[in-house]
Design a protein around this ligand. Structure first.
Ligand SMILES: [Zn+2]
Ligand SMILES: [Zn+2]
Length: 73
């Protein structure tokens, strides 16, 4: 008796599905429901990840999801 077998429970990492940042889920994302920057557009902004060369920071920007609108922040 006296075994010291402990199960190590590793919680699944909290990763946002919208902006891919850790620490929160999409439901609590700061990018959730962000309206397009154009006043005439009723679209919503979506997070787009730009893949860059290895060793460089990944670029992230918001782009309007509405077809025909090119709003980017
Ligand atoms: Zn997020
Ligand atoms: Zn737009």
């Amino acid at each position: 008796m006296g075994g010291s077998c402990h199960l190590v429970v590793v919680a699944a990492p909290k990763v946002c599905q919208l902006c891919y940042e850790e620490g929160h889920y999409a439901s609590g994302c700061q990018y959730l429901g962000v309206h397009c920057t154009h006043a005439w557009c009723c679209g919503f902004m979506r997070v787009v990840l730009g893949h860059m060369e290895e060793g460089t920071l990944q670029s992230k920007y918001l782009k309007c999801s509405r077809e025909g609108c090119s709003a980017v922040t």
